[in-house]
Design a protein around this ligand. Structure first.
Ligand SMILES: Cc1ncc(COP(=O)(O)O)c(C=O)c1O
Length: 430
């Protein structure tokens, strides 16, 4: 809304009109405060946040322990540029991460966003192997920078108009059983066959530095890869001598009831990428690998101004780990995830438009379809109807036909009940 004129002659706005229209919004409400699973807008409307800011506010909004850690760190050291002097928070965070990552992943590189950590993984893999190519999966989302975008195939929207993208990227089908109309065993066999075929026909292993996969597809539709697929993928990478990276930016850091979504498979990657929920809302990301692999990355050949140096983000990440451990949030994620999954299956039994309910822990997707076709318009309308009733839910999937359930790890039974009631009402209203 234009109000008065400021000194430089430009009209004064409430600010929203000055934001770039490139951002897509679930709503144009302005958030002013938040606590736990709730956010309030500036008209004091309260929203139950089952988006967690796309998986970021893992311990809930403004968890007191996280806020306190930021408050304690801020006057001591905000930032130390890691090329100039190592901020004490960087090695401390590495120690904390080393306690929760698989044994072979004991060396850490820090960045600021998910995309940056993906870029780092690709750059390390190229240097370590001397190879050029990367294989990702259909439906994957790895970020918005050029290489991460070249490895993203969840929607053409994210790529269209940005060509040329970096070369040397290839895609194999993701083991998305519902989409392919197959069982877990069938889709596993089919996708492995296609991947082998890609390596035989288009992208020779001798030129393939890395295979990159989300153990649970995020933006592409909230689809857990069958554990058997991850195990066989690991074997394939060993046999073909290709590095394997898991992008756990959305599915990691406790969301699936374990620290890492791949844990349920026992198939350990060579590189592990994390961000989002890592610091409960502060921007920080990390790439974990073995020290011997990291040693193949020539010193000085990568880095960034802020990466590793943001002491308050690192303090928030350490507090997040403590909170997840001390408040048993991995267990809560499992328990509440099961409760939510059961609740959604019960809603599904009365609403045949819900074609599939799937997920692990608190990363659950409800896929809407009519006559076997994705019902994206309905899913978007349901999400808007939920918003009007005070529940924030995002869609995902190529056709936006999946409603994603990604509440904070502190979510309670009562909050899930409230969300399910609103969802049921919203479904009936569209
Ligand atoms: C699996 C996955 N990888 C990478 C990214 C990119 O992270 P960022 O937006 O922090 O760059 C996202 C973001 O949604 C994601 O879900």
């Amino acid at each position: 809304m234009t109000e008065t004129f400021s000194g430089n002659g430009k009209p004064r706005h409430d600010g929203r009109e000055l934001l770039s229209p490139v951002w897509a919004h679930l709503s144009d409400h302005v958030a002013v405060r938040a606590e736990g699973a709730y956010v309030w807008d500036r008209d004091d409307h309260r929203f139950l946040d089952f988006t967690s800011g796309i998986g970021v506010t893992s311990t809930g909004h403004c968890h007191p322990r996280v806020v306190e850690a930021i408050r304690e760190q801020a006057p001591k050291l905000l930032f130390a540029q890691i090329n100039c002097m190592i901020p004490e928070t960087a090695p401390k965070l590495a120690v904390a991460l080393n306690q929760i990552t698989p044994e072979n992943l004991d060396c850490f590189f820090f960045a600021n966003s998910g995309a940056e950590a993906v870029e780092a993984a690709v750059k390390l893999a190229k240097q370590a192997t001397g190879r050029t190519n990367v294989i990702a999966f259909q439906g994957s989302f790895h970020g918005r920078t050029h290489m991460a975008m070249a490895l993203t195939a969840s929607q053409t929207l994210y790529r269209a108009g940005y060509q040329p993208l970096p070369a040397g990227t290839f895609f194999a089908p993701y083991p998305y059983a519902y989409h392919h109309g197959m069982s877990a065993a069938q889709v596993t066999a089919y996708c492995l066959r296609e991947l082998e075929s890609l390596l035989d026909h288009q992208c020779t292993p001798e030129e393939t530095a890395l295979i990159l996969i989300e153990p649970v597809l995020g933006e592409g539709g909230y689809v857990p890869a069958p554990t058997g697929f991850l195990r066989q993928l690991r074997r394939l990478c060993d046999r073909r001598q290709i590095l394997l990276a898991y992008d756990e930016i959305q599915c990691g850091f406790g969301r699936t009831g374990d620290w890492w979504a791949h844990a349920r498979s026992g198939a350990i990657p060579d590189l592990l990428i994390m961000a989002k929920g890592m610091a409960s809302g502060l921007p920080i990301s990390a790439l974990a690998a073995s020290r011997s692999l990291m040693q193949e990355w020539p010193t000085g050949s990568h880095g960034s101004t802020f990466g590793g140096g943001t002491a308050i983000a690192a303090a928030a990440a350490m507090a997040t780990i403590e909170v997840i451990e001390e408040e048993s949030l991995l267990q809560n994620s499992l328990l509440m995830g099961e409760y939510l999954l059961n609740g959604l299956e019960s809603v599904q039994s009365h609403h045949p438009i819900i074609g599939d309910v799937r997920g692990v822990g608190l990363m659950i997707g409800t896929e809407l379809s009519t006559d076997g076709q994705p019902a994206g318009d309905v899913a978007v309308a349901v999400s808007q109807a939920c918003l009007q009733r005070g529940l924030m839910l995002l869609t995902c999937g190529t056709d936006r036909s999946v409603i994603r359930w990604v509440p904070p790890l502190i979510v309670s039974r009562e909050q899930i009940d409230a969300a399910l009631d609103i969802f049921t009402e919203a479904l009936a209203s569209v």
